[in-house]
Design a protein around this ligand. Structure first.
Ligand code: SAM
Length: 220
């Protein structure tokens, strides 16, 4: 049996098809019904794909979230619709401009034009002890980003990531790339579940993890 969806995420009917949806202002041209529910496109969102595939993300709704690699806000807008305070890190100025518009209608969404490899540059803004760290940076060194940002996560928090194989190495077999990334993640995280997202996103691995008890507020 699939785990429950977080409160604030529902399966609703759009043009005769049941789709994931959250309640909020539209962001990327997705359909919205009369009740204010907007479809969450799993083909454009790795977290959406994880929920669509029935992965147990541990999300209940209302969590404090740090989201790394927010881009123009497609996924983080849905997250902010059902979560609590949501910090969205993006280092490219152009998508970050669109992210500001997305945040304008969401008082719990805080965009940060920052480099996720340098968490010390936003540690004064982002609270620690967060319930969830979500990562979709699609850049080389994805495990290193996860290890550096672990400091913001509560000891019982969840780490949810989409690892893109081609961002690490375009020539290496994706499974080998994923093995290497998971090995690095195990320095500070216990891996709870992994799933290939190929039905929605080629050569991506979804990871659900929690911090190891001994890891945490170090000087990374
Ligand atoms: N998560 C987005 C969504 O679903 O709406 C899509 C993210 S896109 C695949 C990856 C994003 O990560 C890009 O916008 C890129 O600029 C950003 N990114 C890559 N490396 C980063 C870094 N070190 N710090 C902050 N953002 C980064």
């Amino acid at each position: 049996m699939s785990p429950d969806l977080p409160a604030g995420v529902e399966r609703r009917d759009f043009d005769g098809r049941e789709r994931l949806a959250t309640r909020g202002e539209t962001v990327y041209g997705e359909p919205r019904d009369d009740g204010g529910w907007r479809a969450w496109d799993a083909g454009r969102s790795k977290l959406g794909a994880m929920l669509e595939l029935g992965m147990d993300t541990g999300l209940d709704g209302g969590e404090g979230v740090l989201y790394l690699g927010a881009a123009a806000g497609t996924t983080v807008s849905h997250v902010a619709d059902f979560a609590g305070p949501t910090y969205a890190v993006e280092f490219a100025p152009r998508p970050a401009r669109d992210l500001l518009d997305v945040a304008a209608s969401r008082s719990n969404l805080f965009p940060l034009l920052k480099d996720a490899r340098a968490p010390e540059t936003y540690a004064h803004v982002v609270e620690s002890g967060l319930d969830c760290l979500i990562q979709d940076v699609a850049t080389r060194g994805q495990a290193a980003v996860a290890l550096r940002n672990r400091r913001f996560l509560a000891s019982d928090g969840r780490f949810l990531a989409a690892i893109k194989a081609r961002s690490e190495d375009v020539l290496e077999a994706p499974d080998d790339v994923f093995d290497g990334v998971l090995e690095e993640l195990r320095e500070e995280y216990e891996i709870l579940d992994t799933r290939r997202l190929d039905r929605f996103h080629d050569d991506h691995l979804a990871v659900v993890a929690e911090p190891l008890e001994s890891s945490g507020d170090d000087a990374r």
